[in-house]
Ligand binder design. Structure first.
Ligand SMILES: *Cc1c(COP(=O)(O)O)cnc(C)c1O
Length: 316
């Protein structure tokens, strides 16, 4: 829940502003975001992970232009999954050299757009690598690995197991790096993203071990890796428990990652998940065996509970 939400008398306040006033001024349903909540989350990330690597905000978590500008102003880069998201990141002031283009289904047109703008690409298949090499040679690319790790989160947001469409299985990765080299690309980054709303350190410890193992075997074959992109997935609490302890991840990485290796992180939910409030108005009440309170916001405004049983606290 948003910790910047407080009652003052019977008024529900967000960042000391009464939400009822905003509802009167802008109508309902309306999304209201707390800038101070976002700043607080970004600051915690920068004070721990930002000291050992660079942070790229996963734009799909929320692509509101004002929020993007706020986040990029604090120095974060962007993790994007479409030409539209790349454009939104650029428009909101994110420098091209801090944007990563991820996603399993990039079209040739999108790849061309990214290459023309000097945007780093994390490739997710051998065929995508071949397509990039046909378009341009000499470019540095990342290869997304599927480490075969269960992140123990909701199955709709689990991306790092063998059943998942994302990335290249770790066993096939050395050949993919070789293929990229032979095609004239410079594959210098191993990337992964094993899921979302990950609450414990263990999945990260396991996937990091796989990435480092792969890096060693690539080195033995004359392929040098400069960067590890460990993805996002840091959980936030939805009313009980605590947010993912980014400080513990920092300690793990400091211990296990060799000196000189660059690190990237792609948090999304962790940055904006606490900040949003959907303000909606009660329209009708229906009292049968169950009582229903009908409001003016529906699944079109908030799909997450219906999509994957997400939890959202409700405050009158
Ligand atoms: C969704 C996604 C992220 C961010 O995930 P969060 O759980 O929001 O932190 C990072 N990287 C990639 C490639 C993604 O698809």
């Amino acid at each position: 829940m948003n910790s910047d939400l407080l009652y003052q008398g019977s008024d529900l306040m967000l960042d000391r502003l009464p939400l009822a006033t905003i509802a009167r001024e802008y109508g309902t349903p309306v999304y209201v975001y707390s800038a101070s909540s976002i700043r607080g989350q970004v600051t915690r990330l920068m004070q721990s992970l930002g000291t050992i690597g660079s942070l790229r905000y996963a734009v799909k978590a929320n692509a509101n232009p004002t929020l993007l500008a706020l986040i990029f102003n604090m120095g974060l880069g962007a993790d994007t999954v479409s030409r539209g998201e790349i454009q939104e990141a650029l428009d909101a002031g994110c420098p091209a050299d801090r944007i990563v283009f991820s996603g399993v289904g990039k079209t040739q047109e999108e790849l061309t757009f990214a290459l023309d703008h000097g945007i780093f690409i994390n490739a997710e298949s051998e065929e995508e690598l071949a397509t990039i090499a046909r378009l341009r040679t000499g470019v540095h690319v990342g290869i997304r690995i599927n480490p075969g790790i269960d992140a123990h989160t909701h199955r709709y947001v689990t991306t790092g197991t063998e059943e998942s469409k994302f990335g290249i299985p770790v066993d096939a990765a050395p050949d993919a790096f070789r293929l990229a080299m032979d095609a004239g690309l410079v594959p210098d980054t191993i990337s992964c993203h094993i899921g979302s709303q990950i609450t414990s350190l263990e999945p990260y410890r396991k996937s990091l071990a796989r990435l480092l193992e792969l890096r060693d075997s690539l080195m033995g074959n004359g392929i040098s890796v400069s960067t590890l992109d460990v993805g996002g997935g840091f959980a936030i609490n939805y009313g009980e428990g605590a947010d993912f302890a980014v400080e513990d991840l920092q300690a793990l990485l400091r211990r296990d990652v060799p000196q000189g290796m660059k690190l990237w992180f792609e948090p999304g939910r962790y940055i904006v998940g606490h900040a949003g409030t959907l303000v909606t108005r009660v329209l009708y009440r229906k009292r049968y065996t169950r009582t229903f309170v009908v409001v003016d916001a529906g699944m079109n405004d908030l799909i997450r509970p219906a999509l994957y049983q997400s939890h959202h606290a409700i405050l009158p």
